[in-house]
Each structure stands twice: as C-alpha cells, then as structure tokens.
Design a binder for this molecule. Structure first.
Ligand code: MTE
Length: 336
C-alpha cells in the first residue's frame, strides 16, 4: 500500500468527532465535504472509505451516546513504527493492559477490566485560578478547538519500566494561552476525577483521592507537554486516562495525570499525591534522571515492556535538547 502523507491523515477519533460536529450543526453536505478531505484511520489499514459512505459511522458520533462503537472502528493507527530513536512502538495491546491507574486498582494487569464500568462521556475540564479568562471546556470543545496531532513519546515509569506510545493530543500551552495566565502565575495544578462509585480503587482510603499533580508554568508551556485525547489514532482508552490526560515525556510517568477534570493556575507549588504520600521518594520535579536513584531501587536502567533485557535510562528520558534549559542552574540531585 502506498504510504499516505501525514498531512492527509486525521486520527480516527478526531475524524469521528469532526463528523459529529458537522452533523450536529445540521449540515449533511458539510459532513460529506469534510469526509472527502480527511482520511479516516480505518481507510488507511482497511481500504474502507468513509467518504464513500458518509453515514456508515454516524451511530458512533455522539459523545454522550455510543462512543464504545467509535472505539471499535478501524485498526490502531500510528504514522510510524518507531520513535525518533528508532525504538519500536509498544503494541496497542501492551499499552492498554499494563497500567498504573490506582483509582481502579494497584494491579497493572487488572486496570483495563475494572475500568470498563467507568463512563468518560460527557466530560468537562474547568480551568481556573490566576487567569484572566477562566473557562470550562467540554470534551467536544477540546477536540475541535485545539489542533490534534500525533506525538510518539517514550513513557518511563518511576518503577523502572517503559513503553513507546503514539499519543494523539494538543500542546498544553494552547489551553493555557486560551485562559491567559496572570503575571503572578507560577504553577499549574491538575486534579483527576473523583468517582468512587465507578472507580473501585477510590473506595480504598489508603490514598488521598483525588489524584493531584503539578508543574511549573514554564514546564507546562514547553512544547513537549501535551494533553492526550487519543492513542494509536483512537479515543483515549479508559485504562490510559480517558478522556483526557497529561503527558510530560521527560518526567516519570506519575506526573502524567489521567482523567483530568480541573486545572488551576496558581502561585503556590502544588503538592502532588505521590509527594504527599512519600516526599523522600517522589519529588515535585520528578525529571527522569539515571543519576538520582529512588531510595529503594536504581534509576540507571529500565525494562522496556516487551523486551527481556534492560536498557540504560536516558537523562530527561532522551528529551534533554528540548527541556534541559528549563533547569539551568538548578541542582537536580536536590530538586529530584
Ligand atoms: N493518573 C491517575 N489519575 N492515577 C494514577 O494512578 N498513575 C501514574 C500516571 N497517571 C496514575 C496517573 C503512573 S505511576 C504512571 S507510570 C502513568 O500514569 C501510567 O500511564 P499508562 O497506564 O497510560 O501507561
């Protein structure tokens, strides 16, 4: 099959959402025209053409309706089989079945099953605090008002395992620009959803729910920091933090907070859930750093899921060129 230029490929979930949007405004002709100029991911791998049958997926288009059907449409898609270092992507199966999502369980292999009963649609994210233009964004708005793009990133968990994941999402900076941080703003605090009735792990009082994380404002504005709304060209699977999560690839995975409902811009350094639980083990910065060991294990090497041996961990998870200047002059042994 001829490769399709990246510019012509629209991730499946954006395609579905745009079509819903067009249908939502009552323009069947508009939906058809849009379908004709965007290649649905399904067509890449199956040869199907949604342009030829514009209503074929309309039952899947409502965000408050039948989204699981949208998830089942087409094959997982990524524009490349490797990251920029030449390392193979982990499979969709691996990425969705080995998860840290303590709201459901501490057992990585049981998250996917326990997350089935979670209902991520409809969804809203409020953005408040030291901003000139506080707003609450619906998921539809986040998907349609911000340009969605693929980002293939390594995810390095503090527990010393890693994966390569083809996310779909948009830069954090665009959302922050939209709310216009005030001059005194220094940090961004993120809060995950609190729904013990749907999240079995939240009925466990060992953890101070909801899950909270934070970044310095300039870290959040770095072009590598994204909000992921999808993965492998599909809507974000429940086990990976549906419907929207942070991905900060140069930091340990616990900073990449899932299922976000609240974002607050502040002048106070937020205390994250893990720092709150064990400040000597999990600092605010949590930059991937092979020279600073966890008190209970080495951070010098990692196990890539799907591989048998270990590989060396890279400073800033291999993203030093893009992010090292954020920490110029800082002692990274003390600010772990
Ligand atoms: N976000 C929430 N809300 N709850 C969690 O338990 N676990 C974190 C992070 N985000 C977590 C979370 C950890 S420790 C890691 S390594 C990554 O999610 C794992 O992301 P993945 O399951 O998509 O690979």
């Amino acid at each position: 099959m001829m490769p399709i230029p990246r510019s012509e490929i629209t991730p499946e979930h954006i395609f579905l959402n745009r079509r819903r949007f067009m249908i939502g405004v009552g323009s069947a002709a508009g939906a058809l025209a849009l379908a004709a100029c965007t290649a649905p991911i399904g067509s890449v791998s199956t040869g199907e053409s949604a342009a030829a049958s514009p209503d074929a997926t309309s039952a899947s288009l409502s965000l408050d309706g039948d989204l699981p059907a949208a998830l089942a449409y087409g094959d997982p898609y990524a524009s490349s089989t490797t990251d920029e270092l030449g390392d193979s992507l982990n499979s969709f199966q691996e990425i969705t079945n080995y998860n840290n999502f303590y709201e459901f369980t501490t057992n990585k292999q049981q998250v996917a099953q326990l997350a089935e009963q979670f209902e991520p649609y409809p969804w809203e994210v409020s953005v408040t605090g030291l901003v000139k233009n506080p707003q609450t964004f619906s998921l539809e708005t986040l998907l349609t008002d911000f340009p969605q793009e693929e980002r293939i990133y390594r995810l390095r968990c503090v527990e010393a395992w890693s994966m390569v994941i083809p996310w779909v999402g948009f830069p954090m900076s665009l959302l922050l620009d939209a709310v216009e941080p005030a001059a005194e703003a220094k940090y961004v605090k993120f809060t995950s959803v609190l729904r013990p009735e749907q999240m079995a792990g939240q009925r466990n009082s060992r953890f101070p729910w909801p899950y909270v994380e934070g970044l310095r404002l300039d870290e959040a504005m770095n072009p590598l920091a994204i909000f992921a709304t999808g993965m492998y060209g599909k809507l974000l699977p429940k086990s990976n933090g549906a419907p929207i999560r942070a991905v900060i690839p140069w930091k340990y995975g616990f900073k990449s907070i899932k299922s976000i409902v609240k974002i607050e811009v502040t002048d106070i350094m937020p205390t994250s859930t893990w720092t709150n639980l064990a400040a000597n083990e999990y600092g605010f910065y949590a930059n991937v750093n092979p020279t600073v060991n966890h008190p209970r294990w080495s951070q010098g090497t990692e196990r890539r899921i799907g591989e048998s041996g270990r590989r060396n961990t890279l400073m800033f998870n291999g993203y030093g060129d893009e992010v090292a200047d954020l920490y110029e002059g800082m002692d990274l042994q003390a600010n772990y």
